[in-house]
Write a protein that binds this ligand. Structure first.
Ligand SMILES: Cc1cc2nc3c(=O)[nH]c(=O)nc-3n(C[C@H](O)[C@H](O)[C@H](O)COP(=O)(O)OP(=O)(O)OC[C@H]3O[C@@H](n4cnc5c(N)ncnc54)[C@H](O)[C@@H]3O)c2cc1C
Length: 323
């Protein structure tokens, strides 16, 4: 069954059904008229995937070049992400790649020129688009006052966006990004509240952003950050985090690896299990969970059961669109 991605929701298209009929059946408010390719009032834009030839047959060349298509006569042959016409153009911004650095064997740090008036909270995510217009979410590790946007991108084998970023992107290249979105970020107003941060892999990117934002806002409560990986090579920025933990009195850092034998200073075991065992009662705590989907979902429940209020649990599961 093919899937349609529209305004951050995914819909399954029934056999023989058009994209438009699928959206209408699902109760999505979309414009339409004749439903037979004549009036063009349902025209939409393809963000990723390929529209059927027939669904572009009545359109002029400039519309086809902008990936417009008619959802009423499009029986999709593959998964597609679609948007209202122009929605993407409004949201997409061009910017320059300033610098690329490997943080470990598979995590690339990308610094992008921050476009003028680009507002965000550290820990939110943006979509980075490859040259085919396929976008993926990446969390923002940089700070609001910095002139660049920092992303940490793990190379997923055969990944359309992470693969391109890790193998083809160069400093000086122009790339498209979206505006920032998401609600996993620091909110000032309760500076004494203890913070628990748990992340796997590049889940460190949002946590690094949130951590520094909290410190910038003079957060005085204890901040405990557990960063985990299944293997030691999957950790990164270990030294940088240790230095911060040495320098900042209320910050504590726990690098964890799911292996029995680990070097000194690294903890053996899963980051979430250690965090829950170490911290015990989480009443009054604020919790941030980022990275592996299963870790985030299960830990959300466990931190709630350990006393954290649901309003105080912020999470970003790194859900794969392709999966
Ligand atoms: C809110 C949010 C924030 C995110 N932040 C980050 C971030 O800061 N850094 C980061 O690196 N990623 C982050 N991600 C994940 C990212 O958006 C992509 O899913 C990831 O980079 C893979 O995209 P791709 O195009 O390279 O691979 P795709 O082309 O989508 O997938 C290629 C193949 O790999 C499989 N696959 C995809 N992801 C994984 C995975 N994690 N493990 C194993 N197999 C996989 C797919 O099923 C597919 O078979 C975030 C996701 C979300 C939803």
């Amino acid at each position: 069954m093919t899937k349609i991605q529209f305004e951050n929701q995914s819909y399954s298209v029934k056999s023989g059904e058009s994209v438009l009929d699928c959206l209408i059946r699902e109760g999505v408010a979309v414009e339409y008229g004749c439903k037979s390719g004549g009036c063009q009032s349902c025209k939409m834009e393809v963000v990723s995937g390929v529209p059927t030839e027939q669904s572009q047959s009545g359109l002029d060349d400039s519309e086809k070049a902008q990936n417009y298509f008619l959802p009423c006569i499009c029986m999709p042959e593959q998964d597609m992400e679609v948007a209202r016409p122009g929605a993407d153009a409004v949201n997409k911004l061009e910017t320059e790649v300033l610098a690329l650095t490997m943080l470990n064997h598979e995590v690339l740090r990308i610094r992008l020129q921050r476009p003028d008036n680009y507002d965000y909270f550290p820990g939110q995510f943006l979509n980075l688009y490859n040259p085919d217009g396929i976008g993926r979410a990446y969390s923002i590790a940089s700070q609001a006052e910095e002139s660049f946007l920092e992303l940490h991108i793990r190379h997923v084998p055969n990944g359309k966006v992470s693969g391109w970023a890790n193998t083809q992107l160069k400093a000086g290249d122009q790339v498209s990004i979206s505006q920032a979105a998401g609600d996993c970020f620091y909110t000032p107003g309760n500076p004494e509240q203890p913070l628990l941060m748990i992340g796997t892999g590049t889940g460190l990117a949002p946590l690094f952003g949130i951590l520094r934002d909290a410190l910038r806002h003079n957060h005085r409560g204890e901040i405990h950050l557990y960063h985990g990986s299944s293997v030691i090579e999957g950790l990164y920025m270990v030294e940088e985090m240790r230095v911060m933990a040495d320098e900042v009195e209320n910050f504590f850092y726990y690098p964890c690896v799911g292996q029995d034998s680990v070097p000194k200073g690294i903890f053996s075991g899963r980051e979430n299990q250690k965090a829950l065992a170490d911290r015990g009662d989480l009443s009054g705590w604020r919790v941030y969970l980022c990275g592996h989907e299963e870790m985030v979902t299960s830990t959300k429940e466990k931190t709630f059961l350990a006393g954290a209020s649901l309003n105080d649990i912020y999470s970003d599961p790194f859900i794969s669109v392709a999966a």
